[in-house]
Design a protein around this ligand. Sequence first.
Ligand code: NAP
Length: 290
Amino acid sequence: MSTSAIATTIDGNALAARLRTDVARRAEALKIHGVTPGLAVVLVGDNQASQVYVRNKVKACSDAGLHSVLEKYDATMTEAELLARVDALNNDPAIHGILVQLPLPAHIDANKVIEAIAPAKDVDGFHVASAGALMVGQPGFWPCTPYGCMKMLESIGYDLRGKHAVVIGRSNIVGKPMALMLLQKNATVTICHSATPDLKAMTLQADVIVAAVGKRNVLTADMVKPGAVVMDVGMNRTPEGKLCGDVDFEGVQKVAGFITPVPGGVGPMTITMLLVNTLEAAERDAASRA
Ligand code: NAP
């Protein structure tokens, strides 16, 4: 962590590095039992952003001593062919986690493919069984981005009990699971979205704000209570092409108590939690065989 003008910046790169070292240590310990945690990443089509994401995920795996397989298929792959691949990976003992990179080509039903992944290998946490487990507080895999946000709060020793958390965005992969995780830690949670009439009235009450919208400057300094923790999930581009989040970082850091930057905040934590989930899938598998 480094201090800025007023808010303390939560350094996602530094926290991610610490967690990845721990993943590597635990992966090494599993090898004694003859198990190497394995992740299969499946990419269909030639979406440029997806190509970068999957490369980063596979590299992060090998850097942490995990086994990883990247399966790339042409955009013409049929839904039936993809479902057959998922089925084969479900039955492959060397693979503990399966990630099908989204978006998929329009002729493939993404929900059908995600539901075909064995819940025990659903390291992205997108399967309805994973969503249901989070909802009722049972063990399962948590979606990596909100899970990473929770780890960032944990890293600053933040006690959510009785705090008011406002989540901006209600997607199935970020906003909704984020709200459930905060609730599980005893925060009082408000979820805002595009039909929220007065966003500022909500965020001004918040002790913790998570912005997960995908629009620049959704959160500005006048919308933040002094001392609040501000977490920026958004990934956008400035007109000059620079990566930026949803939060007006320059302004908000003068009001907030803690803030996550973009880049170097939530982003590196997302891949890290994928490694953590894959490792845990392997540990659970090993324990079930012991
Ligand atoms: P999404 O599915 O497009 O959801 C965006 C949410 O924002 C929706 O719930 C939408 O409301 C809400 N919204 C839109 N305009 C709003 C406004 N003016 N005020 C309040 N809420 C508004 O996006 P997502 O997948 O959750 O991702 C959100 C952002 O996080 C994107 O920039 C994405 O690139 C980024 N992201 C980053 C990471 C990472 O690793 N750092 C990972 C995942 C996503 P409605 O539901 O009413 O439409």
